[in-house]
Design a protein around this ligand. Sequence first.
Ligand code: 1CP
Length: 345
Amino acid sequence: MTDKPLLRALKRQTVERPPFWFMRQAGRYMPEYRAVRADAGGFLDLCFNVDKAVEVTKQPLRAFGMDAAILFSDILVVPLGLGQKVWFEEGEGPRLEPIASVDDLEAYDPTALKQRLSPVFEVVSRLSKELAEEFEQTALIGFAGAPWTVATYMVEGRSSRNYENVKQWAYGDPASFGRLIDRLVESTIDYLSAQIEAGAEVVQLFDSWAGALDEAGQERWSFAPMAEIAQSLKQRYPHVPVIAFARQVGCNTLKLAKMGCFDALSLDHTVSLAFARDQLQPHVCLQGNLDPLMVVTGGDAMVRAADEIRQAWCDGPFIFNLSHGLIPPTPVAHVDELSRRLRQV
Ligand code: 1CP
């Protein structure tokens, strides 16, 4: 049996057509998701309810036939697993009891993480079995937030505009900030290893806020920790591809591509198509990079932009995706039209 198309692309093998999936493909833009979410209680209750999390992971596959399923969970379950208080304010977003020093973290017991997050691994294991029955060409992606992005939430206590506290800590006291990052590197390796043991075939690291750092900061707090995680996973699981998503780091993406430990880079829409094709694709599989607002817009603009990406990148290893997650106002009909087009050879 040949590999699933997404796995073939990640191994730089030829594919009949570029595989596709969308970041945040499960979510509030889908009425089926909203129905399950309404019955689940809070967002974190949904993440830890195995039946419901499996169901919402599969909803977009049924509706649009993506080539990958991404585990339904959130990057903030790792701080929760470490013992930090995390909750979601309805209609607002995540809240955490912020940490101000490594001492706050020392109170947490890192060995409890796998136990606390055991429902997540059960979701992966159920998905692994159920995809084999219902969607046999669909690959299962596990994920985690990259240490820097997770640290922004742990220190700011919420989504942030200026990253005042976390950047002052990182720039002003790198030695102690490094201990926080090291702790997150270790936890993320454990967390992703358990997802792989449960059946994840690919893992993606989300560094959504890498672009908030300056160049030296990106190398030290975004790229190096992600590489450490990827290298450690590669030692244990050499056949599991690792995708890195360092958002809005511009041409510094080239440094990531040359690190040699990532199989693919997920690119945001500010990255030039020609630069990615000429400079990055010789090193890694490209994933991206349609602006999710194009999918909100729909029509000719969406189709044209999607075709441009496909034309630019289809001669090398390539997975079609967005530059960031689908957002709630996205019309389902637009996701449907885009998916139909992407399924054509
Ligand atoms: O009310 C709801 O239904 C909650 C909305 C929601 C959803 C559907 C949140 C809250 N998280 C998720 C799921 C989620 N989050 C997935 C699931 C799989 C899929 O893609 O279908 C993934 C991969 C994430 C990852 C995630 N969570 C990231 C990294 C990717 C990105 O979008 O940048 C980040 C930064 C978060 C934090 C988060 N989770 C949710 C919110 C509102 C936020 C804050 C975002 C911000 O600070 O702007």
